[in-house]
Write a protein that binds this ligand. Structure first.
Ligand code: MG
Length: 211
C-alpha cells in the first residue's frame, strides 16, 4: 500500500466526507454491463474458464464478457472510470490478453486506493451453452484474481427465453454489481487488519489524528 495515495484521497473527499454521519463506513456500490458478439473461430472464455462451444466471443482481448462487467463494476464503485480508460482496445498490448490478468490489475488498483471488496454478484445472460457445470471454477478464478474469498463472489446464469440478441444466440451479455468499503473510514486498528500502513505518513489528517 502506498500511503501517499491515502493522503491524496482524504484531501479529495474532504468536502463530501463532512456530509456523512460520523462513524459510518464508506460503502460504495458499482455496476457493470457488457456485451460481446458470438462468432466462429473464437474461444468462449467466461471468468477465465474456456467452455467447449461451437462459437466464441469476439473482442480485442479474450472477450471475457463476464470479467469485463466485473471490472467495470469495481472501477465504477471506486470512481476510477471504466475498462476502456485503463485498457483501451486501441492498445495492441491488450490484443488477445486474458481478461483475468486485467482483473488482477483492477484489484491492485483498488488496493492502491484503499478499497476492499465486500462482495460481487454477476449474472451472465446466454441462451446457450449451459454454464452451470463451470460455475465453481469461475467463482474460484475471480476470487483468486482479486485475492478475496469464494463466498464473496456469486456468479449465476440465465437465459432470456429466446428473446433478443442473447436469445437468438448472437451474443452473450453480463451484469455485475459489487460493494466496496473504503479503509479510510475504518478505525486504524481495523484498517491495519487489511494491511493499511500509514506509520510513515505525517501528511494527512487521518494519520495525525491517530497519533
Ligand atoms: Mg467487453
Amino acid at each position: 500500500m502506498q500511503c501517499f495515495l491515502f493522503c491524496v484521497k482524504v484531501k479529495k473527499t474532504k468536502g463530501a466526507a463532512a456530509t456523512r454521519r460520523e462513524g459510518t463506513l464508506l460503502m460504495r456500490v458499482g455496476m457493470g454491463y457488457d456485451v460481446h458478439r458470438l462468432e466462429q473461430n473464437r474461444k468462449l472464455v467466461l471468468c477465465g474458464v474456456e467452455i467447449p462451444y461451437e462459437l466464441g466471443l469476439l473482442g480485442h482481448s479474450d472477450a471475457d464478457v463476464a470479467v469485463h462487467a466485473v471490472m467495470d463494476a469495481l472501477l465504477g464503485a471506486a470512481a476510477l472510470g471504466d475498462i476502456g480508460k485503463h485498457f483501451p482496445d486501441t492498445d495492441s498490448a491488450y490484443e488477445g490478453i486474458s481478461s483475468m490478468l486485467l482483473l488482477q490489475k483492477v484489484g491492485d488498483l483498488l488496493e492502491a486506493h484503499q478499497y476492499v471488496i465486500d462482495n460481487l454478484d454477476v449474472t451472465i445472460i446466454a441462451q446457450r451453452p449451459k454454464l452451470l457445470p463451470y460455475m465453481p471454477q469461475m467463482v474460484k478464478n475471480v476470487a483468486e484474481a482479486l485475492k478475496i474469498e469464494e463466498d464473496q463472489v456469486n456468479i449465476k446464469a440465465t437465459t432470456e427465453e429466446g428473446l433478443g440478441f442473447t436469445g437468438s444466440g448472437e451474443g452473450i451479455a453480463a451484469h455485475a454489481v459489487c460493494l466496496l468499503t473504503s479503509l479510510m473510514e475504518l478505525p486504524q486498528a481495523e484498517a491495519d487488519l487489511f494491511g493499511r500502513n500509514c506509520a510513515v505518513c505525517k501528511g494527512c489528517e487521518r494519520c495525525v489524528a491517530d497519533e
